[in-house]
Design a protein around this ligand. Sequence first.
Ligand SMILES: [Zn+2]
Length: 335
Amino acid sequence: MPSSNSGFQRLSQSALSRSRFLRLAAGALLPLVGLRPSAAAAPNPELAQNSGAPGTKHAAAPGRMGAILVSEFGPVKLHSYLSPTDGLQVNTQMIEGPTAVVIFDGQLLLPYADEVASYVQTLGKPVDRIILSHAHTDHWSGLQVLTERFPNARVFALDGVADQVRARGPARLDRLGRAYGDRAATMVTIPTETISEGLQRIDGVAYDFKRFVNAESDLQLAALLPEQKVLMAFDLVFSPNEHAFTGSNHFDHWMIVLESLKALQGYDTIIIGHDTPVGRSAIDSTMTYVKRAKEIRAASADAKSYSEKLKAAFPDLQQAGFVDLSASYLYAAPD
Ligand SMILES: [Zn+2]
């Protein structure tokens, strides 16, 4: 199908142009990742040429802390909001169809969720629904803001996710509040609707929803968008530039899940839970990481040792905070 292919190519080109995206985002990320000012200030003639043309572009706004990447596929647009590093570079995806917007995931911190909500409002279409990809706090805590700002949007998740959020949410928010103060959510947002597996259309966009267990989290939604040739893998796949969260201790089964994603056809671009979109090779780099982390877990007696060895094994990766967080979960005393 030529129309969807051309849309994919536009997304793919930009998805692979990570350095370009980072330059675009540098205004927001500069204080946090230490990019040199010269890189941040570099003019971007490619963007200037692209602005106003269909395809993938960065939606800039003065004062915005996060970065937004927009990929256009005919009447369908994928808007990806990426939070700054202190928000764990969580992505919120906004799928804009002809008449409505579907939001996936809700940010870790309230100010970033607020930026998402403000951006969605500029699209001028109602929010059909909000879909939570999994029960980890960095993806649901900001739903507090989105459900306040879009009170008619119901929150969907796979069967079982609501129970996990309900059970673990209050303790997670306590921890979050100690770390982030008034930037952290104050209430647990529990999904009220169940999303079923399989192919369905929402506002004309086809989604093949898939359920995976015991990978990065106990229970994870993924969605193949066959017409856009995009796999929304969320935290099943991590960026080759970042550490992954390994705190759920599912190393072996996560590898099996990654093998199944490799075997799955019909996509070339992967939208991930943290950082900018990646190609299929990110499945391999995630497998390399998980395999090494498993070995280090087996050889480490405590959290400190696990953290140090894993950081030493991948010294160039960003988001080292994921390693410390993972270690604290892996080596926590059983309750
Ligand atoms: Zn995550």
